[in-house]
Design a protein around this ligand. Structure first.
Ligand code: SF4
Length: 248
C-alpha cells in the first residue's frame, strides 16, 4: 500500500527480523516482495531460534546451565500441574535486532516506525518506550482489517501472502498446525524433532521445569489430532500473547 502511495509518506525502508525459523513460503514471499518495493528491505537476525532455544548457556557466576532464548512452550510438571515457559524469543530475536537496526539507520534523528498489524489485532498495539522513536500502526489508523488487506492484494492481482511466524511457534492455531502438517510435511517433521530436542534440553537445565510441549493440549505434536481440536473450538493464542512484533 505504501509502494502504491495509498499509505504515506513513503517509508525509507522496511525491516524484517528473521528468526531463521520461518516457513519456506515466507522466505519465498520476501524474495518476491523485495522486487516489488521502491524502498529497501533490511533483513536482520539474532541467529537461528531453533538452535538458540535448545542450546543451554553456562552461567559464569554459578557454572550452572541456563536458557536465554526460550519460546513460550506449554509444560507439564512432575506433579501433573501445568505451566508455561517464559517467552524470551520475541525480545531476543525480534525486538532487539529491530531496535539495533533502527538505531543504526536513524543515528540521532527521530524515527517513525510503522508496525503492520490490522484492526483485528489492535490489542497488540504497544507504544515505543524509546525516546525519539514513535510507533505507528497505519493499517489500524486507516481502519484496515486482515480481510481487507487480502481483498486489496486480490484487487491489485497480487498473490496471497503466507502468515509469518516461526514454524514451531506454540501460539499457532490448529488450522495452522494442520496446514503445516498437510502442505509442508517435511517442515512439520522438523518441528516434531525440534519438540523432542526441546524436551531433552529441558532435562539438562534446572530452570526449565516440566516437560515442554508445542501444542496447548500438552500432547506430543505427532500425536495431536488437529482436526478434532479445531472442531472443539481451540482459539489462537497469538493475538493474546505476542508483543505485536511477531506475525507482522
Ligand atoms: S513467532 Fe512465536 S516462537 Fe517465533 S519469536 Fe514470535 S512468539 Fe517466539
Amino acid at each position: 500500500m505504501a509502494a502504491h502511495g495509498e499509505i504515506t509518506p513513503m517509508p525509507d525502508c522496511a525491516i524484517f527480523a528473521d528468526t531463521q525459523a520461518e516457513p519456506r513460503k515466507v522466505y519465498e514471499w520476501l524474495d518476491w516482495l523485495e522486487k516489488q518495493l521502491p524502498f529497501p528491505v533490511h533483513r536482520v537476525t539474532a541467529g537461528d531460534l531453533m538452535k538458540t532455544s535448545t542450546e543451554p548457556r553456562v552461567s559464569g557466576k554459578s557454572g550452572k546451565p541456563y536458557m536465554s532464548h526460550m519460546i513460550p512452550a506449554y509444560t507439564v510438571n512432575e506433579d501433573g500441574t501445568k505451566g508455561n515457559y517464559f517467552r524470551q524469543c520475541t525480545d531476543k530475536h525480534k525486538i532487539t535486532p529491530l531496535r539495533k537496526c533502527i538505531d543504526e539507520l536513524r543515528g540521532d534523528q527521530d524515527a517513525s516506525v510503522w508496525i503492520g498489524i490490522s484492526t483485528d489485532e489492535s490489542h497488540r498495539m504497544k507504544p515505543s518506550n524509546k525516546a525519539k522513536i514513535v510507533n505507528r500502526w497505519p493499517l489500524i489508523e486507516n481502519g484496515i482489517s486482515r480481510d481487507a488487506c487480502l481483498r486489496w492484494m486480490r484487487a491489485a492481482s497480487y498473490p496471497t501472502p503466507p502468515r509469518s511466524a516461526c514454524i514451531f511457534c506454540p501460539y499457532k492455531r490448529d488450522a495452522e498446525w494442520l496446514r503445516l502438517k498437510t502442505d509442508s510435511p517435511r517442515e512439520f517433521q522438523e518441528v516434531v524433532l525440534y519438540e523432542q530436542l526441546l524436551q531433552l534440553t529441558a532435562l539438562s537445565v534446572p530452570r526449565m521445569t516440566g516437560v515442554p510441549y508445542l501444542h496447548d493440549s500438552r500432547i506430543s505434536l505427532d500425536k495431536v489430532d488437529f482436526r478434532s481440536a479445531e472442531d472443539a473450538g481451540q482459539l489462537s493464542m497469538f493475538g493474546n500473547e505476542c508483543e505485536g512484533m511477531c506475525g507482522v
